[in-house]
Write a protein that binds this ligand. Structure first.
Ligand code: GLY
Length: 589
């Protein structure tokens, strides 16, 4: 039966129009206005792969990358470097991540050959209930309203995560890692074209005094490109955390101000308390690892759906020879179909494992993934996939979740001189988070990653709001290892639930299509979240037509991925690529 299916696949592939995609990047995407997403595209910059022999940093802004490099040159580890990078990103890319948000990190400790994953996800206040996003009459708040409210703010996890990384893997003094960000916050940084472009559409930031004063001129215009923006309030916050460690954030004046700002945010104040903030704890979790051809791909487990979904997609694709198919429509067809099946499972089963047991082992069972892959018709789009059936313990009945995820996040990839690596995806959720600014930084709106609806016909929704729970994420910081267990690739991206497709695509581009790290980030994005086939605007028309000929409903969209890839080459050198859709760079020595 397997042979019959394989020959059907071969026949279908032969029948397909052979659409070989060009190695070159698609045409420059036009300067984009908000495409229904608060962190839209702001242009495209051609980039070349970067090579280094010792260490490398790839992140979303040159200031941040240089800060990481400064730390590595000073003898710091990958953990030290990521702290400096994150703090500078908070300042220069405030729309995407920062100490007011949360993050997931994979850390590879080369000498002990140990991979650890850390969950620094935001957490719902204890008093949050499943009517968090309902108004006084019981009606659900529209998503666009909910994202800019106090209700949406979870306890931030990033500072605790950075502290944990430093305690476990750091080498340089904690205070030293704050210097680049404090320096830049005091001296000022030039507003970048991307930040300026995003401010033009961020009307909600004009409504609150703190963000209006910080991001706009006295005349109410977005700060122009090149404006020297300093942030003494943020510098003071950083000095406090540098001196007191996490207590400088989770206890005392900063915590008090966070709770007060959330509870005062009108018209929909939140329920966050100082006690919620003081209670925050990072969780070290078992990585989600699965074989992919001759490699092993590892990612973040629940409450992120990222690692599981990427592993499920790749596990199904192992049945198809994407290396031989190259970048023909057939490869993308298989990718879209495998993604549909992975998203069906993700949407139904993945949530905070402390509240809803996630059937991780069953979802990654190779026999199950083979069965899922066999259900893919090589010659025809299959439509919406249904989730696999797994027994779930009483009291944790899954139901279809409904949560909108809008892209605004950042990814940091680092390999240090000892071969240690970090893959960290970090977020304040939708662009500029909740828009609530405290002591120079923005608070997240991560709780909108929960399902707004608590129940559906199938029962209670796994990802419903509950006090002390972490919302499901799609963030997929990823590492790939070779047969000898050596780290060969670090990847990850922002992009809401499209992250999963971006990351899976980057792995296929590097491992199957043998593209360099830069070419892998340049490729047009193609994915599915169990709806239509989503194809990046600017992708070759021949590809779009070939997918339509296979029966796919194709939706063209602007896709602001931010893939940051490091590859270890067979000769030992590091190769870095930064997504042309954002302002990131790769640098190394
Ligand atoms: N807020 C984006 C994510 O966690 O997937």
């Amino acid at each position: 039966m397997r042979r019959a299916a394989a020959s059907r696949a071969a026949l279908a592939v032969m029948m397909l129009t052979l659409v070989v995609l060009r190695e070159t990047a698609p045409p420059v995407l036009a300067q984009a206005k908000a495409d229904g997403a608060p962190e839209p595209a702001t242009g495209r910059t051609a980039k070349k792969p970067v090579y280094a022999s010792r260490f490398m940093v790839v992140a979303a802004n040159p200031h941040a990358v240089r800060a990481g490099l400064e730390i590595l040159r000073g003898g710091g580890s990958a953990a030290d470097a990521v702290i400096a990078v994150q703090l500078v990103l908070n300042l220069v890319e405030p729309q995407s991540s920062g100490i007011g948000g949360g993050a997931f990190a994979l850390y590879w400790h080369a000498r002990s050959r140990k991979l650890v994953t850390y969950d620094g996800r935001e957490t719902a206040p204890q008093a949050a209930t499943d009517d968090l996003f309902r108004d006084g009459t019981g009606k659900l708040l529209p998503y666009r309203t909910a994202v800019r409210t106090g209700r949406a703010v979870g306890v931030p996890g990033t500072v605790a995560l950075l502290w944990r990384l430093h305690k476990t893997h750091g080498r340089l003094p904690w205070v030293r890692l704050f210097q680049p960000a404090i320096r830049l916050a005091e001296q000022g940084f030039k507003v970048s074209p991307r930040l300026h472009g995003l401010l033009r559409d961020a009307f909600f930031l004009r409504r609150r005094a703190a963000t209006r004063a910080y991001f706009f001129t006295a005349a109410g215009q977005p700060l122009p490109v090149g404006f020297l923006r300093n942030n003494p309030a943020f510098a003071a916050t950083l000095r406090l955390i540098a001196k007191q460690g996490p207590n400088g954030f989770y206890r005392g004046g900063v915590a008090r101000d966070i709770a007060a700002a959330v509870r005062a945010a009108q018209p929909w104040p939140g329920v966050l308390t100082e006690a919620d903030i003081a209670r925050y704890a990072v969780v070290a979790r078992r990585p989600v690892c699965a074989p992919y051809r001759r490699w092993r791909v590892c990612g973040m487990g629940p409450p992120s759906s990222g690692g599981l979904a990427v592993a499920q997609i790749l596990g199904q694709l192992a049945r198809f020879d994407l290396g031989k198919l190259r970048r023909q429509a057939a490869s993308y067809h298989f990718l879209i179909e495998a993604s549909r099946r992975a998203f069906a499972d993700r949407n139904r089963y993945v949530a905070d494992p402390k509240f809803a047991p996630v059937p991780v082992r069953r979802m990654l069972d190779p026999a199950y993934l083979r069965r899922r892959a066999r259900s893919i018709d090589p010659a025809r789009a299959g439509g919406r996939a249904t989730p696999g059936r797994f027994p779930v313990k009483k009291g944790a009945l899954p139901g279809r979740g409904r949560s909108l995820e809008i892209p605004a996040t950042s990814h940091i990839s680092i390999v240090d001189g000892d071969g240690n690596g970090i893959s960290m995806t970090t977020t304040i959720e939708a662009g500029f988070g909740s828009g609530i600014m405290v002591r120079g930084f923005l608070l997240n709106n991560e709780l909108t990653d929960f399902s707004f609806r608590a129940a559906r016909a199938g029962g209670p929704v796994a990802n419903r709001v509950e006090g002390g729970k972490r919302p499901r994420s799609s963030m997929a910081p990823t590492m790939v290892f070779d047969q000898k267990g050596r780290l060969v690739m670090v990847t990850g991206s922002p992009g809401g639930s499209r992250i999963i497709g971006y990351v899976a695509g980057s792995i296929i581009a590097v491992l199957d299509w043998k593209l360099n790290a830069q070419a892998a980030t340049d490729l047009p994005r193609v994915l599915s979240r169990n709806g239509p086939a989503e194809v990046e605007k600017g992708a070759p028309t021949a590809l779009i037509e070939a997918l339509r000929a296979l029966g796919h409903k194709v939706r063209l969209a602007r896709m602001t991925s931010g893939l940051h890839i490091i590859r270890r080459l067979p000769d030992g050198r590091l190769e870095g690529g930064a997504d042309p859709r954002r302002e990131g760079i790769a640098l190394g020595d």
